[in-house]
Design a binder for this molecule. Sequence first.
Ligand code: ATP
Ligand code: MG
Length: 402
Amino acid sequence: MIKEIILCKYGEIVLKGANRATFEAKLAKEIKKRVSLYGHFSVSHAQSTVFIEPLDDNADIEGAYEACRCVFGIVGVSRAAVAEKNIEDILSVAKSYLPALLRGKKTFKAEAKRSDKSFPLPSPTIAAEVGGAILSAMPSIRVDIHNPDVVVRVEIRETNAYIHAGQEKGAGGMPYRSAGKGLLLLSGGIDSPVAAYMMAKRGMEIEALHFESFPYTSEAAKEKVLTLADKVCAYTGQMYVHIISLTHVQEELRDNCEEEYFTLLLRIFMMTLAERCAKGYHAQALITGESLGQVASQTMEAIAVTNSVVSLPVFRPLIGMDKEEIVRIARQIDTFETSILPYEDCCTVFTPRHPRTRPQLDKVMAELEKVDFEGLLEEAYATMYTEKRTIYPEEQKKGTVQ
Ligand code: ATP
Ligand code: MG
């Protein structure tokens, strides 16, 4: 019986110096939790690789493999067969493991790598032996060292040898929770889930804040946002989504302020409330899905106005991206189809016909004077409640947390 394991190759962690061990530990912890959904596995790491070994026959290695491909901090994932560290066993495992994986392929190349230099055969000899074994087991396949359909690799490591037929791309980035916590302003649109993914990819823990405006926005619109959070959870594992109602704020702005300033004033409320929420939940930055010039509230001048009301750093990972590039990532992380469902957002109710694109801060602030800013902030903040979204069944039972 062949024993199969999963090998995950580190990404940028390899560039770390003294604190590399901290990153490795975070990565191993994240992988361990993720694969626990698919059975009992042992997770260990050595030589820039995480080893995931099934501990019994019930472990779902295919499920665990797919889960590993969504873990940040890994650049390559492969399923590999385990062999004893002698050439006889390596050849015997190669002969029984590889034909099924190479079926239908025309050409291959075999490579070997020894991390354990005490292994008696040099790498080219190991590769040649394994290549020969494949040729004798599969008469129809040929060797092509320049442009093979499949690369077979033999890795001689500390305790065992591993044989695999190709590596798939991992999620890249840095281990989740290795770069502080950010509060994402999450709407139901295309952009903000992509912004969440991009900052999470750099290791930032993501908590989300969504503004609703019931009854101007519907229950279905909120469910859509929670579905988007669930999609991001494929990468982050779990996410808290705080929800604040802006209904009264929007009505007050509509009744008291110049229409052309509605959106900007609303965004001032959003940013101020987001900063309050971030500080309450120990997030060190705000994240938005803004992209320069995309809409009236995302011109340089408008961004300067909305930035001026907060002191936390605001990360805008999409600022220099075209919509087309954003959509490509949205499709890749499977949020696109949900994002384009036609539900209203609080930004789209009471939208001005001619919004200000080059606002002046003093004029905006003069408009803000027309409403009870502090009183409305207090009232809106008091409406906040929190949903926990998670891929882990034992955490799902707890549901709404506040
Ligand atoms: P998105 O596709 O993410 O909705 P957008 O192109 O619609 O972005 P805007 O509506 O101007 O742009 O919003 C800009 C950013 O403001 C969003 O990316 C998001 O970070 C934040 N935002 C907008 N609406 C909301 C909301 N209802 N709740 C929380 N954040 C919001
Ligand atoms: Mg939007």
